[in-house]
Design a protein around this ligand. Sequence first.
Ligand code: SF4
Length: 436
Amino acid sequence: TKTVTDVICPFCGTLCDDLEVVVSDDGKELLEVYNACAIGAEKFLHSQAKDRITRPRMRQEDGSWKEISYDEAVDYTAKMLADAKKPLMYGWSSTNCEAQSVGSEIGEAVGAVMDNTATVCHGTSLIAVQDIGIPSCTLGEVKNRADRILFWGCNPAHAHPRHMSRYSIFPRGFFTGKGHTGRKVIVIDPRPTDTASLADVHLQVEQGRDYELLSAFRIAFRGEQLPDVVAGIPKEQIYEAAETLKSGRFVIIFFGMGVTQSLGKNHNIDIAIAVTRDLNEYTKAAIMPMRGHYNVTGSGQVWGWLYGFPYAVDLSRGFARYNPGETTSNDLLRRDEVDAVFVLGSDPGAHFPFSSVKKIYDRPAVAIDPHETPTTEVCNVHVPVAFVGVETGGCAYRMDNVPIETRKVVEPPEGMMTDEEFLKHVLARIKEIKGE
Ligand code: SF4
């Protein structure tokens, strides 16, 4: 056996880069994964599943699946996209930037709407950032400098399990040699989460009242009067938490979907950014969204530099339009505005409302995914591909917008395509169909 070191974990936005993977001498079998959390290790080990689907399959009229060749899958996908008036090309968060780039070329060729998982996640954060900017930093700065950590509406103990040990609560950094004993941790969450149980202070905000509490922090920083209770939190606790933040040398605010997808949406993020700016009157402070999929940040980057918009990009008129609420996947599906669906690197079947999933089922749809998922089961064609970050490399962006080159550690099953290869074939076939 041999051990591959400095392997990147392609699961969550933490993109841990210190994994060690033991593979057989011929590089065909992955045997063991060290340093990853349980969900990260499972991603690697799942590539070795004995019942893994390794060839494309097409759903038959009776609901059963028939194996087809990659050529047939390429042909079906190219024709579906070329024939559609306005296809939706959704996902893109669990693949590399190279595939996102080829996918965008296809989107331009067929006039698709390109949308990623931010549409149901941190899209509201992106709107706020475009509106007022963001004072942010890297996770390295957090590790080395932050002595006040605020987790707002996120639960890294479950969603980003090594975030706390590598970057936020526990690590010893250059100016944070005492590790967690030198840091104060505040968690703001309506639920008593496992992250909250590690905090010095847990403020159990009432559900949906984050905006009020964030406003109260701004008032408390200035020492002005608060009502006795705000969003379920007694004012004494708010003044105390505000003082804890102001007295730090470096404050970092991490926020998750508890703030981005609750009442107030992008306005919550506007004011969270304003809180960060206020704190910079007293100390150094930064704020960072806890991005979920390992390369959702990368798809925002790719579309940012191609179109100027990070998600919900409508290319159907021959130029890029962006209007969240109109050009976002669920809104398009609900209004029957798209006539074909292509999904890559995401599982809307598991995460979209049932009404949207039914719309995917009702029209021609193709899913590109290494796994069998609820999405693959409602599509006409499922194309299994090599695991990015395991069986092929490529660029991914960590949650702090740092690009990291993922590594190939093991060979994919014989004859399997990568996302990028499949997309390149589809693009070439679309050009043939269009006579270009
Ligand atoms: Fe992978 Fe995230 Fe776990 Fe790190 S924290 S090992 S990136 S799943």
